[in-house]
Ligand binder design. Structure first.
Ligand code: NAD
Length: 296
């Protein structure tokens, strides 16, 4: 009930933009995240312009008098887009981006643009109904004070803003996104290769298998290009994924030797390393499992 009433409040607050009337140019504004943020800004009284591949000829007039230029283009064109648009943006405008990696885009924004810069990474997809309780990573670039209204606006829409340096953000995302999605991809691909009868397996499913399959199925129901961009975004990510595959290979010896003692040794090493999080994980996953049982 509390959450619903907060969400209703958040919806109402949409009407009162902190800088209502300001002009926001969204580059890639017809894409998924671009449309999500256009709707939010428009609903709060901002003037929203969009720049797509089709209207680059109008870039100068679209940038003119903009209070914020928000980049929401695919990762692989982000750096060239920053370089291309920066000369058209006034140094009083905020330049921000939504890219899922932060070091290279923030460096490029600082290099090619002299005004206020802020890096953002929404940790959710465009299918969310509202920003309520959704996390947005914030990596400051330049002139934090001038960027404050944007951060406050996102908070007012209900987002939880988490600050990080771009490098720290990227290191964490190597694990939270690249490794997680890649491991899910590998599992799904293996099920596919083994031609597992999914429907029949779900009939016999333990709650945790249903939950796991929900995560895996969810990945393959989405846009493969988005995930390929995230998973293979940087050389450090690709290196990490190779280490992961190599580490999986090391477990073959365990299977071949049928060494249960060694398995248990490795298991307890990880249990100790997880420490208190183990209990938290039990509580949280029990909660979700019980919800799932209520539902199905
Ligand atoms: P998308 O492909 O749906 O949208 C990108 C848009 O940019 C498209 O409309 C495309 O036509 C346009 N575009 C491509 N090149 C362009 C150019 N040179 N000039 C202008 N427009 C151009 O992608 P998306 O999922 O909306 O992702 C956009 C950004 O948001 C990416 O940086 C991504 O990392 C980030 N992001 C996405 C999600 C998500 O779940 N989709 C979540 C967090 C962050």
């Amino acid at each position: 009930i509390l959450r619903n009433s907060r969400m209703e409040q958040t919806v109402e607050m949409k009407q009162q933009g902190i800088k209502a009337g300001a002009t926001v140019l969204i580059v890639g504004g017809e894409g998924q995240m671009g449309r999500f943020f256009s709707d939010l800004f428009r609903a709060s009284g901002y003037i929203v312009r969009t720049l797509s591949e089709k209207n680059w000829n109008d870039v100068a007039s679209l940038c003119k008098d903009a209070d914020l230029v928000l980049l929401s283009v695919p990762i692989h064109v982000t750096l060239e887009t920053i370089q291309r648009i920066a000369p058209h943006i006034s140094p009083t405008t905020i330049l921000a981006d939504l890219t899922s990696i932060k070091t290279a885009p923030v460096d490029a924004m600082l290099k090619y643009f002299t005004g206020p810069v802020i890096g953002l990474h929404p940790l959710f997809g465009p299918s969310c109904a509202t920003l309520d309780k959704q996390i947005i990573a914030v990596t400051p670039g330049r002139d934090n004070g001038k960027c404050r209204w944007l951060v406050e606006q996102l908070s007012l829409w209900g987002a939880i803003m988490v600050n990080a340096e771009p490098e720290e953000h990227d290191d964490i995302m190597d694990i939270v996104q690249a490794l997680r999605h890649f491991a899910t991809f590998c599992f799904g691909q293996f099920l596919c290769r083994k031609k597992v009868n999914l429907a029949r397996s779900l009939e016999f499913s333990s709650p945790i298998y249903r939950l796991e399959l929900g995560m895996v199925g969810r990945l393959f129901a989405q846009d493969s290009s988005l995930y390929s961009e995230i998973i293979f975004a940087t050389p450090s990510r690709r290196k990490l994924l190779k280490q992961y595959v190599a580490a999986m290979n090391e477990q073959i010896e365990l299977v071949e030797s049928n060494d249960k003692t060694l398995f248990m040794e490795r298991f307890s090493e990880v249990t100790q390393w997880f420490g208190d999080f183990g209990n938290q994980a039990m509580r949280e996953s029990d909660f979700i499992i019980n919800k799932l049982i209520e539902r199905f």
